[in-house]
Ligand binder design. Structure first.
Ligand SMILES: *Cc1c(COP(=O)(O)O)cnc(C)c1O
Length: 456
């Protein structure tokens, strides 16, 4: 799709991009030889580049976007806030939207979560959770509880603490001497499980593995961190029913804090407001980010129970203060965008819509099992991962050097949709407000891309 006229001089911008910019998660040597997409605008569920091409935003600008781009209500909320003030510090003072957003969030959170600590990225929200959990035990007179339990292949962000509790080897091994060492437990990745059996059997097996670890290490463990219901960056891996509930029960039993990292899953992405809602779980600490501002501005939150918050209370001389903060903590523009995003979600009954459209996506995904290289189809709400394999019988993976996921996404781009793979997993995460017609168009491109790349 092309409009008549280029909006800006592409060649000039591409040259400057090459000369001045270092991109995230990108091998620049290869990237600068390519033909980069330079986004100039967006509207609804579409993005436009400076050459006038239009694309579906098939991964919600990396899992953020909720209502679409240039949403009048959110735009207006930011403009309205700009008329008042853009930013002032939260160190020792408050601001209007940060207070009102915190109130709103606490009413929406799983019951028991009570205090909102602001930051500006998922990774910082996780850093804060790690430090809070660590310090909590010092205040409780159990300073030996210093370690963390994490799931194999977990992803929690890219700062040193967040990478420490992460478990994806390629993001970790280069920095291993800088990192602290958590205790790893196997994640219930059913498609490649070491045991056979139904979901109930799998749940019991993996909870048993966790319990063995807790028995051995609970006395030295501050917290367990988990991506609830869907492990995202490892390949959109959906856990079996009952597992999250079981994790909560085991953490309680062994006196280990539970941190639920809802940075990817929060704010409707899985078909409930929070993934923890699927199993009526309240973690001790919940982190969220990505969808909070509708994909507009960088605001993240670490939400704690009163039990944790109160452990930090004391006289100044007690030195129980939580010494952590960022320059832009509680940014007014971001908080105003978040309030507008949440109001709009409510007004549009968006969670209900997501549930409806998820059923449509599920029905369309059945067709994908006709494709001979689609090994596993995973979906929870608007989080979809299609694992491509060389051989469906043996589940033999593609060599990573073949970059089959990248090839599929390159084809999708030519067909008018921007998506980004995770290794051999093709990820589809459309904005939550996508209509049935829009989803249909996106799924058509997804199907055609996979078919052409894997069956040619
Ligand atoms: C994306 C993500 C993060 C990191 O968030 P950033 O905003 O990119 O720092 C942390 N945890 C999970 C589960 C994520 O998906």
């Amino acid at each position: 799709m092309r409009s008549e006229e280029p909006l800006l001089n592409y060649d000039e911008l591409a040259e400057k991009n090459k000369r001045y910019v270092w991109h995230p998660f990108t091998q620049m040597k290869e990237y600068i030889e390519g033909d980069p997409v330079i986004i100039a605008g967006g509207d609804g569920r579409k993005l436009q580049d400076v050459r006038g091409n239009e694309y579906w935003d098939g991964v919600s600008s990396i899992w953020l976007n909720v209502h679409g781009h240039r949403v009048p209500e959110i735009d207006q909320a930011i403009r309205g806030q700009l008329e008042k003030i853009a930013h002032s510090t939260m160190l020792g003072m408050a601001n209007v939207p940060a207070v009102l957003l915190a109130e709103k969030l606490i009413h929406l959170m799983p019951p028991g979560l009570a205090k909102v600590f602001y930051s500006d990225a998922g990774a910082t929200a996780v850093e804060i959770a790690i430090k809070m959990a660590f310090q909590y035990w010092q205040h409780k007179g159990q300073p030996q509880k210093q370690r963390f339990i994490t799931m194999k292949e977990a992803y929690h962000g890219d700062t040193i603490g967040a990478v420490s509790v992460g478990a994806i080897d390629i993001y970790r091994h280069t920095y291993s001497n800088l990192l602290f060492s958590p205790i790893h437990v196997p994640y219930p990745y059913i498609y490649r499980s070491p045991i056979t059996g139904d979901d109930e059997t799998q749940t019991a097996f993996f909870l048993d593995e966790l319990e063995k670890t807790l028995q051995a290490h609970h006395h030295e463990t501050a917290a367990l961190i988990i991506e609830p219901v869907v492990q995202g960056a490892s390949g959109i891996i959906v856990m079996p029913d009952g597992y999250l509930r079981g994790v909560r029960e085991l953490c309680t039993k062994y006196n280990v804090l539970m941190i639920a990292d809802e940075v990817a899953t929060g704010f409707g992405r899985t078909g409930r407001l929070f993934a923890c809602n699927h199993e009526e779980v309240t973690p001790d600490i919940l982190t969220a980010g990505k969808g909070l501002t509708g994909g507009y501005l960088p605001v993240a939150i670490t939400v704690a129970t009163d039990e944790i918050y109160e452990a930090f209370l004391g006289d100044y001389e007690d030195q129980k203060t939580f010494f952590h903060g960022h320059s832009y903590t509680g940014n007014q523009l971001g908080c105003a965008a978040a309030i507008a995003n949440l109001d709009l979600m409510e007004e549009k009954n968006l969670i209900h819509e997501v549930q409806q459209q998820s059923r449509y996506i599920a029905s369309r995904l059945q067709e994908f099992s006709k494709l001979s290289h689609v090994g596993d189809i995973r979906q929870k709400g608007f989080m979809i991962g299609l694992e491509l394999v060389v051989d469906r019988e043996t589940k033999e993976p593609y060599e990573w050097t073949e970059r089959v996921g990248v090839q599929v996404c390159t084809r999708a781009k030519e067909l008018g949709m921007l998506i980004r793979p995770l290794g051999n997993v093709v990820v589809f995460m459309p904005p939550l407000a996508s209509t049935k017609e829009e989803l249909e168009a996106m799924l058509d491109i997804l199907y055609q891309s996979i078919q052409e790349v894997t069956e040619s």
